[in-house]
Design a protein around this ligand. Structure first.
Ligand code: BG6
Length: 369
C-alpha cells in the first residue's frame, strides 16, 4: 500500500536506505561477509575464470556498477551484457564461466532465456533477484536475494540500490574465497557499505525539496543529458533512463570522457546537463577531468547540474545547481549519486502532471521476448 505517499515511486525512493540496509542485514559478521545462500559454493567460485552479467534496463546498469567492484575485489574479468543481445550472438562461454543474472522481478523473459541458454552451454549461473521463488532464481545454480521489499512502480528505484549492494556483497565474498582480497580491505568495504543507508537518508533529507523545486522549473525542457565517469558512468545512464521512462523527455547518458568524441556537438545554450562529479579525495585525477568537462560545456552555454561530494567547492563557479552527496569511498558513490537522479525524474514527471507509477507503454515485468 502507498500509505501517505503520493505515489508508489515516492514511497519506494524513500525506502532506498532500507533497501540497502535490508540487503546487507545478516550478511556480515566481524567485518567479514557471510552470505548463507552461498555456503558450500567455494569450489564454484574458485573454478571460474570469467563472469558475464546479464540483465535488462535498470538492472543492467546495476550490473555495470557491479563490474567495477567485482573486478577490483576478485580480479576475475567481468563483462556486462544486455540479456537479449547475449543470447543471440553465440557468446564464448564454458564450464568456467559464471553468468550472473540481475532481475528485480525474476520473471523478465529476455533475462530468463539468457540464463537458460548459459546453462545449456555449460556455464554456472547465479541469480540476483528481489522476488523469492521467482523463475530466474529457480533456473540458477546459486541465488543472492536483494531485500528491497516489493517494488510496485514500473520504474525501478529501490531495487537498483539493492542490486548494487548485492553485487558488492558477492564481489567481497568471491574476493575472499579466491584469496585475492585481504580481510582488512574487505572489512573496510563492509564498513563503507554499512554507512550507506544513513548517507542515502541524508541525501533525501537535504536535497529532495531543492530538487523538486528546480525539476518543476524544468517541466518544459525538451532534452536532458547526463555525464559520468568510472562508476558515475552507469549512474548517468540510469539517470537518463529514469527520466525517459517517467517524464517522456529525451534524455541520454554519456561517459564524460566520450564528450569530445561526439556528444559535445549537442551542447547549445540552455541545454541541461547533469554531471556526476567523482570525489576530489578518492578520485582526484578523474575529478579534475570531469570538472574540465563541466567548463567545456559551460563555455558553450549549457546549464550544469552537478552531483558532487559535500565540500567539493571546485564545481561551484561552473554549476547552476549543485546537488550534494555525503563523502564515501569512490566505489560506493553510485549508491548516493543515483538518489538525486531518481528524485529529479520523479519531480519532473510530477510537475508535468504524469502518472509516475504507470508510465505509458511500459510494464513492470516484461514476460515476453
Ligand atoms: C523493464 C522495466 O521492462 O524491465 C524496468 O520497465 C526494469 O524498470 C527492466 O529495469 C528489468 O526488470 P527486472 O524485473 O528484470 O529487473
Amino acid at each position: 500500500e502507498k500509505g501517505g505517499w503520493s505515489s508508489f515511486m515516492a514511497k519506494e525512493v524513500s525506502e532506498e536506505p532500507e533497501a540497502v540496509a535490508n540487503t546487507i542485514r545478516g550478511r556480515f559478521s566481524d567485518g567479514a561477509v557471510t552470505i548463507p545462500e552461498l555456503d558450500g559454493l567455494d569450489e564454484l567460485f574458485l573454478g571460474i575464470d570469467r563472469v558475464i552479467v546479464v540483465a535488462c534496463g535498470t538492472a543492467a546498469y546495476a550490473g555495470m556498477v557491479g563490474k567495477y567492484a567485482l573486478e577490483q575485489w576478485t580480479r576475475v574479468p567481468v563483462d556486462v551484457e544486455l540479456a537479449h543481445e547475449f543470447r543471440y550472438r553465440d557468446p564464448v562461454i564454458g564450464p568456467n564461466t559464471l553468468v550472473v543474472s540481475i532481475s528485480q522481478s525474476g520473471e523478465t523473459m529476455d533475462t530468463l532465456m539468457a540464463v537458460k541458454y548459459a546453462r545449456e552451454q555449460g556455464a554456472k549461473t547465479l541469480s540476483i533477484c528481489n522476488t523469492q521463488g521467482a523463475t530466474i532464481p529457480r533456473e540458477s545454480d546459486a541465488i543472492v536475494y536483494t531485500h528491497a521489499g516489493p517494488e510496485v512502480a514500473v520504474a525501478s528505484t529501490k531495487a537498483f540500490v539493492a542490486q548494487i549492494t548485492a553485487l558488492y556483497l558477492l564481489a567481497l565474498h568471491v574476493g575472499r574465497v579466491r584469496g585475492v582480497l585481504s580481510a582488512e580491505d574487505s572489512a573496510e568495504a563492509v564498513s563503507e557499505l554499512e554507512a550507506i543507508p544513513a548517507k542515502i537518508a541524508r541525501v533525501i533529507e537535504t536535497e529532495q525539496e531543492h530538487i523538486e523545486q528546480f525539476a518543476g522549473w524544468m517541466a518544459d525542457t525538451a532534452s536532458v543529458l547526463f555525464l559520468g565517469r568510472h562508476v558515475g558512468y552507469p549512474i548517468a545512464l540510469e539517470g537518463a533512463l529514469k527520466l525517459k521512462e517517467i517524464s517522456y523527455i529525451h534524455a541520454e547518458g554519456f561517459a564524460a570522457g566520450e564528450l569530445k568524441h561526439g556528444p559535445i556537438a549537442l551542447i547549445e545554450p540552455g541545454q541541461a546537463v547533469f554531471v556526476i562529479v567523482p570525489s576530489p579525495r578518492g578520485a582526484a585525477e578523474l575529478q579534475k577531468k570531469v570538472v574540465s568537462n563541466i567548463q567545456e560545456i559551460r563555455a558553450r552555454g549549457a546549464r550544469v547540474i552537478a552531483v558532487a561530494e559535500e565540500g567539493d567547492v571546485s564545481v561551484l563557479p561552473f554549476a547552476d545547481e549543485v546537488l550534494r552527496i555525503p563523502l564515501a569511498a569512490p566505489l560506493f558513490e553510485p549508491l548516493l549519486a543515483v538518489v538525486p537522479l531518481h528524485i529529479f525524474a520523479m519531480g519532473l514527471a510530477t510537475a508535468k502532471g504524469l502518472d509516475v507509477d504507470q508510465p505509458r507503454n511500459l510494464a513492470k515485468s516484461v514476460t515476453v521476448e
